[in-house]
Design a protein around this ligand. Structure first.
Ligand code: ADP
Ligand code: MG
Length: 350
């Protein structure tokens, strides 16, 4: 998918030329961004709030594969995953910086495509690109994005505040991003074996989009805020529900019990599970990259939380430290383990 013919080599415009181009395509959304790209550092005005900072680094060949990840989507996703981390602290994202290492395998046009995706995410989530760094690499591409958010001092939420009896909730649906990845991997394999064959993603648009273009749940954080619900603990689902639940339980010194039948799974995900002979529930538990939110709320907030249509109660926290279980439709208890990935493999029928 990645072509470099008839494109402008990066050497033609150099590092400063590239930064100028990036700078001229930036749109600033917030007055509190006092100074953005073009000086030695950016200047921000946090206005009495707490500042929340997060960084994610994405390495070609480890975190992304440009054979099926178009650069525009990669740009969007790199921003989205950082925004998701800010939201998971119950904070609002305001600025990002973006650092890039690229080899001369990439053209100016390719980098501009990457930035088109970055700008698109910045517009969608109203964040300002205020700086970064540009350097060369030997072969692949590395993108490191830092996001900065703000939160009222009493409102930030960590992974550690859950208590016995708190309700475990997830937003949206789970397993779809993993389903999308399986479809993309299948098409890549077919393409590598028969280079003339075009990818057939018909009917799989939803899951593929969930993999390529995750949408962090800023809408959920807004609704929680409007209903004056402060979760007792929260985390975004990047590595899979099971792994994130274990983080909340460990850091909150709790155990948990969730109900397999209550885990929200989209019909498109069920369809992929059927087509590829996988278990949808296992994809939802261990798949990852959905960038939904997992949170615990106090029981007294339940009536209010029911007003949020895309928030689903899937279980509750217990005081049985370290005992984390999922109960299936036959009332069987299964321990939730960190080695979910292997469980997933052994349960898949391929
Ligand atoms: P310095 O040498 O002081 O680090 P640079 O020449 O690296 O400055 O950067 C100049 C300006 O451009 C700074 O504001 C920096 O934050 C910004 N910048 C550099 N690379 C990028 C990038 N890839 N994306 C966004 N901004 C960038
Ligand atoms: Mg620099």
């Amino acid at each position: 998918m990645f072509e470099n013919v008839n494109k402008t080599p990066l050497e033609d415009i150099g590092e400063f030329g590239l930064i100028d181009r990036i700078k001229s395509s930036v749109k600033i959304h917030h007055n509190q961004t006092l100074l953005g790209i073009g000086d030695d550092a950016a200047v921000l005005n946090p206005e009495q709030k707490h500042v929340v900072v997060t960084t994610d680094m994405l390495v070609e060949g480890i975190h992304f594969d440009l054979r099926y990840m178009p650069l525009k989507f990669l740009g969007y996703k790199s921003v989205a995953v950082n925004i998701s981390d800010i939201l998971a602290m119950n904070a609002t994202p305001f600025q990002i910086t973006c650092s890039l290492a690229v080899s001369n395998r990439f053209s100016v046009e390719a980098i501009e495509e990457l930035y088109e995706g970055i700008h698109r995410a910045c517009d969608a989530y109203k964040v300002d690109l205020v700086g970064g760094d540009t350097t060369s690499s030997v072969t692949g591409m590395v993108i490191s994005i830092t996001a900065i958010g703000l939160v009222n001092p009493e409102e930030w939420v960590g992974r550690f505040g859950a208590k016995n009896g708190d309700l475990i909730c997830v937003t949206g649906n789970l397993g779809a991003a993993y389903a999308g990845l399986q479809i993309l991997e299948r098409e890549k394999k077919i393409f590598l074996e028969n280079p003339g064959v075009q990818p057939d993603l018909d009917g799989y648009d939803y899951v593929v989009e969930r993999q390529l273009k995750p949408e962090p749940r800023a809408d959920m954080i807004r609704q929680l805020h409007e209903l004056a619900i402060k979760p007792s603990s929260m985390i975004d689902i990047s590595d899979g529900l099971a792994s994130e639940l274990l983080h909340l339980c460990k850091q909150s010194a709790c155990g948990c019990r969730i109900d397999a039948e209550k885990i929200p799974i989209d019909t498109h995900t069920w369809k992929v599970a059927e087509d590829l002979n996988l278990q949808a529930i296992t994809m939802a538990l261990y798949g990852g990259e959905d960038y939904e939110l997992l949170m615990t709320i106090r029981q007294e907030d339940f009536e209010q939380a029911r007003m949020i249509s895309d928030l689903h109660v899937i279980g509750y926290m217990t005081d049985d430290i370290g005992n984390c279980h999922v109960i299936d439709s036959q009332n069987q208890l299964h321990p939730i383990t960190a080695s979910g990935w292997d469980t997933f493999r052994s349960q898949s029928k391929d």
